[in-house]
Every structure is written in structure tokens, then in C-alpha cells.
Design a protein around this ligand. Structure first.
Ligand code: ACM
Length: 264
């Protein structure tokens, strides 16, 4: 199957503009036969908020808000699965840095993930995720979702892989330079594919690094984006590689775990 990332520069605080950008770029990925497309973290709103009020004005409920409705419609129209980061308000005054997964006709809204590990000033606006790490079985693959800084905690990808993820969809707004180097190792140590969809551009002096990355269970970089352009990459992946955790005759990296020695 083919998976894709959409690397884009969200227009800050302008969801309508971002819906059009996403529609165009997801369209490009689908033209190249992508079945699963990953968009960046907070693709609908941008990232570098100044105040809680600013987030509240653009955040929406999931699934009953405009961004989820837009994504459901886009996935239906393009016949594709989409994972995308979005600002969520829960109707009780709480804000989350979330991601939504939606699918083609017959699927619609599938589920959401709320970012567990908040980065830096995100802590001023968002509550830490309270839904845990979840794997969504979309028929053609089992997809785990984590968001940006979650990568820094190997437990995130490990938990998803132990729960059966074959692909980790990783909407991101990376500002530090490390993740494009680290994600192939997350993929290797869990024997999964990873799709990091990062953003580009600058907001209020904060620069995002681009370099969206698709990595294989063998730590190969199958695609890497530029540092500053909006672009799409579509890559063929072989899920049998992610389903088989054996690396030789005697080592199965999951069966060989010794969790009794991992307690502190
Ligand atoms: C990040 O988690 N957006 C750096």
C-alpha cells in the first residue's frame, strides 16, 4: 500500500485557508495512489499561540466541529484515510492538542488522539492528553497515532507497537533538529513504518524544520522533505515487514523483551 505525508505551512489562525491548502495537497497525494495521508500537527490553526483565548477562538470539538467535518468530507471525496493534527476544545472548557483519523466512504470519523507529551509553551494552553495511545485498525493496516514531541519518549512508539501498530502516523510541528534522525530508529526498534508529517515556515519568530520523514522497519529513510517547501511524498510500503518482528532465526524483538528487568 502507499502512504504519504503532506508537508505544509499552515496559515496562522486561519482554518478556512488551511482547509484549502490541505485539500489541494491531499489531492496530490491521492493522485499518486496514497491510501493513507498524514497531515501536520495543528494543520488547521498554526502553532505559536500567544494566549489561551487565541486557541479557543480557532479550536473545535471532535467530532462535532468544523475541522473534523472538513476532514470527513475530504476523506470521503478523495477515498482516502487521513490523520491530521487539530486544536480541540471539549465543550467543558478544556483544550487539547489532538489528532483525528478519518476514512473513505463507509468509515467517516474513526477516532482521535490527544497529545500526551506537551512541548514547552503548549503547557500554557493545552491539557495533557488523557486518552492514552491508541491503534486504529483501518482494514488495510493498523495505524497508531502520536504527535510531534511524543517522539522524544520512546515509550510512545513502543506502546503503539506493542498494541499492534504497523504504521505510526506522526503529525508534527518540529522545531528541534533531532526527530528526522531519531524516527528511523523508532521505526527500527519497533519494526514499524513511521510517517512524520512536519510543517514548514515561521510564526512569531519560531521556525519549523520541515524534513518530514517516512522511515521503514529497517531504519531506511524512504522519503524526506525539504526544510522550507510545501510538498507531498508518496511511498510504497510492505506491511509484511512490520508484521514480522523476527530479525534472525533466534531473535524476535517483541518475544525477546524481558519486561521483568525494565522495572525501576
Ligand atoms: C512539538 O511537539 N510541536 C515540538
Amino acid at each position: 500500500m502507499k502512504v504519504a505525508y503532506v508537508q505544509m505551512e499552515p496559515a496562522f489562525l486561519n482554518p478556512e485557508r488551511n482547509y484549502s491548502k490541505a485539500e489541494k495537497l491531499v489531492g496530490e497525494a491521492v493522485e499518486k495512489s496514497a491510501k493513507l495521508v498524514v497531515l501536520p500537527e495543528l494543520f488547521d490553526t498554526g502553532y505559536n499561540f500567544e494566549s489561551r483565548k487565541e486557541v479557543e477562538e480557532v479550536a473545535g470539538e471532535i467530532p462535532d466541529g468544523p475541522t473534523t467535518e472538513f476532514l470527513v468530507e475530504l476523506a470521503r471525496e478523495k477515498e482516502v484515510f487521513i490523520v491530521a493534527g487539530t486544536a480541540e476544545k471539549d465543550g467543558k472548557g478544556n483544550l487539547y492538542n489532538s489528532a483525528v483519523i478519518v476514512g473513505p466512504t463507509g468509515w467517516g470519523y474513526i477516532g482521535k488522539y490527544r497529545k500526551v507529551h506537551l512541548f514547552n509553551r503548549e503547557k500554557l494552553f493545552f491539557r495533557p492528553g488523557n486518552l492514552g495511545f491508541h491503534v486504529f485498525n483501518i482494514g488495510i493496516a493498523k495505524v497508531g497515532v502520536m504527535i510531534c514531541f511524543d517522539w522524544f519518549f520512546p515509550e510512545s512508539a513502543r506502546t503503539l507497537a506493542l498494541k499492534g501498530a504497523e504504521i505510526i502516523a506522526h503529525p508534527s510541528n518540529l522545531v528541534m533538529p533531532y526527530a528526522p534522525r531519531a524516527m528511523p530508529i523508532r521505526a527500527l526498534e519497533n519494526r514499524v513504518y513511521t510517517v512524520t508529517a512536519n510543517r514548514v515556515g515561521e510564526e512569531r519568530g519560531l521556525k519549523f524544520i520541515g524534513k518530514s520523514t517516512i522511515a521503514s522497519p529497517l531504519a531506511d529513510v524512504l522519503a524526506m522533505g525539504s526544510e522550507n517547501k510545501e510538498e507531498v511524498a508518496v511511498v510504497e510500503i510492505d506491511l509484511s515487514l512490520a508484521r514480522d518482528k523476527r530479525i534472525n532465526e533466534r531473535n524476535d524483538i517483541f518475544k525477546d523483551r524481558r519486561p521483568q528487568y525494565y522495572v525501576i
